[in-house]
Design a protein around this ligand. Structure first.
Ligand code: FAD
Length: 494
């Protein structure tokens, strides 16, 4: 089929969603076609903002019939360039932003049913209004959406206790590339009726279907919480302290975040006016959070005992325990703003890796030595969800070097060495941010050819024309898609 003209596409999609919800001018579409970090600048023939699953289905069916590529977009907070199109200007972006209704909170089944465009913070608020917790917690919660969280299998700071998005979803409704709707919006904790199809869409980064609604698990709201900002001797000491915390507090350990000295300095500079919770500078710190349904006094005592034992054992060098909710929020703010501080500073090489906890200290040591050998003045911004074996290992340009200079000289070498070391330790090159465009071609080095073949086979089964988010996640070199549609794999973004 000949490619439809921009005019035909605009008219057809406007007829489905209405003129207000089909944007075609460059001024309107450009914002959606540029990623959060302003690294990927694509072009879209149109941006459509459907408000119902039926509209999504009709848009998808029309695009499928006319061989028009489609890029699903949630809050556009992907750090991997996953939610923006290439620069050919052929793709339609489907933004889920108007599908933002919370449909039901069931406090007996402990489930929340919502449209996929509900932001994470709105989902958390809806859960809280129902007297429950929806535990996913990530720095972009004000913008990212539940559909995007599912499509990326988002993790964040509470995975240690509650799991990632894959663990938090019970049901999904998704529109397939040809417009059919797969409705599996069930709130069941047991359902052994064959393949768990909803999980195919979790972590699929918008390549298999558009998630339009979901049923999420709710948890009891914790009644007590204790947060401490702790200086530790080394990453190895942090791992030991985590082990002690799990022994002392079990399931109550809900957050255990590592922060390197340069990461703290960067964020304090960025926030201005905020001081470190600790009197002296340290190379390594951890943020520990305990939460429980029990008494506040008891939990605080557990935290103090843990830290005292850590001091005696030489694991802990200093600690500040939050004495109020405001303190605890300030501690968390330091951790959560690190990502934005890097984005605003520019010139950081983001490696979101995971390794088995038993290897994490060795990995950090080796990777740091390798990076400093390449550029000794690099600021070692290392932080993240240590409790899950997940480190954001993000070397940052020296203060007196421009981002372009640093990235130009070292991006490739540093990414390759860090990912290679993580892989050698039995780890993953993407713990939670996904693959998108940024890491797509690297996958061939780190996944077996059988795994890659299976991924392509699943992709072809659901999207035989390779129209949905083409050029993302699946490395083209491994298996060129058999489209038969005359549509080519989206070209590489810069
Ligand atoms: C400051 C900051 C902090 C962050 N912290 C974390 C963190 O701690 N943990 C973490 O895991 N991530 C983190 N991220 C990354 C990002 O926020 C997550 O990947 C998030 O889940 C993306 O959601 P989104 O709605 O913005 O999706 P988008 O960025 O819009 O899209 C991401 C991918 O999902 C696809 N997609 C989006 N919506 C749908 C849908 N409805 N159906 C099908 N596919 C869809 C897109 O095509 C794309 O491939 C952070 C990002 C920022 C900017």
């Amino acid at each position: 089929m000949n490619a439809a003209s921009a005019r035909t596409i605009a008219d057809a999609l406007t007829a489905i969603v209405g003129p207000q919800a089909c944007l075609t001018s460059a001024a309107d579409t450009q914002l959606f076609a540029t990623d959060y970090r302003r690294l990927y600048h694509g072009k879209a023939v149109a941006v459509v903002l459907p408000s119902t699953t039926e509209e999504v289905s009709r848009v998808m069916a029309w695009c499928y019939q006319h061989d028009v590529p489609v890029v699903p977009q949630g809050g556009n907070t992907s750090l991997m360039g996953g939610a923006v199109p290439d620069d050919t200007g052929k793709a339609v972006i489907i933004s889920l932003s108007r599908m933002n209704k919370v449909l039901a909170a069931d406090t007996i089944n402990d489930t929340l049913t919502l449209q996929a465009g509900v932001t994470l913070s709105a989902a958390r608020s809806a859960a809280e209004a129902a007297g429950r917790l929806f535990p996913l917690r990530i720095g972009s919660e004000g913008s990212c959406q539940i559909g995007g969280n599912l499509a990326t299998n988002a993790g964040g700071t509470a995975v240690l206790r509650y799991g990632n998005m894959r663990d938090l979803v019970l049901g999904i409704e998704a529109v397939l590339p040809d417009g059919r709707v797969m409705s599996a919006l069930r709130g069941l904790r047991k359902d052994n009726t064959g393949f768990d199809l909803k999980q195919l869409f979790v972590g699929s980064e918008g390549t298999l279907g558009i998630i339009t609604a979901a049923v999420l698990k709710l948890m009891p709201l914790p009644r007590s919480s204790s947060v401490a900002f702790v200086a530790v001797e080394s990453p190895e000491a942090a791992v030991k302290l985590l082990g002690e915390a799990k022994q002392a507090a079990g399931q109550s350990v809900s957050g255990f975040e590592l922060i390197s000295g340069p990461a703290l300095e960067l964020v304090l500079d960025y926030l201005g006016g905020m001081a470190s919770p600790l009197a002296q500078r340290h190379d390594w710190m951890v943020l520990i959070e305990l939460t429980s349904g029990g008494q506040q006094d008891a939990l605080e005592q557990t935290m103090v005992q843990l830290l005292e034992a850590g001091l005696e054992a030489g694991l802990v060098l200093d600690a500040a325990v939050a004495s109020s909710v405001a303190d605890a929020q300030a501690f968390w703010r330091i951790r959560e703003e690190i990502s934005d501080a890097q984005t605003r500073t520019g010139g950081s090489i983001k490696c979101d890796v995971s390794v088995p906890l038993s290897r994490i200290a060795a990995f950090i040591g080796d990777a740091t030595a390798n990076v400093l050998q390449l550029e000794p003045r690099t600021r070692m911004v290392i932080y993240g969800h240590m409790g899950d074996g997940n480190v954001h290992f993000n070397p940052l340009r020296p203060k007196d070097q421009s981002a372009a200079e640093f990235l130009g000289a070292h991006y490739q070498a540093i990414s390759t060495v860090v990912d290679g070391l993580a892989h050698a330790e039995g780890g993953s090159i993407s713990a939670e941010h996904g693959i998108g465009v940024a890491k797509r071609d690297d996958l061939v080095h780190y996944k077996s050819s059988v795994e890659l073949e299976l991924m392509w086979q699943v992709k072809r089964a659901l999207d035989p024309k390779n129209l949905l988010n083409p050029g993302k996640l699946l490395p083209a070199q491994h298996h060129a898609p058999s489209t038969g549609s005359g549509l080519h794999q989206a070209s590489d973004l810069p």
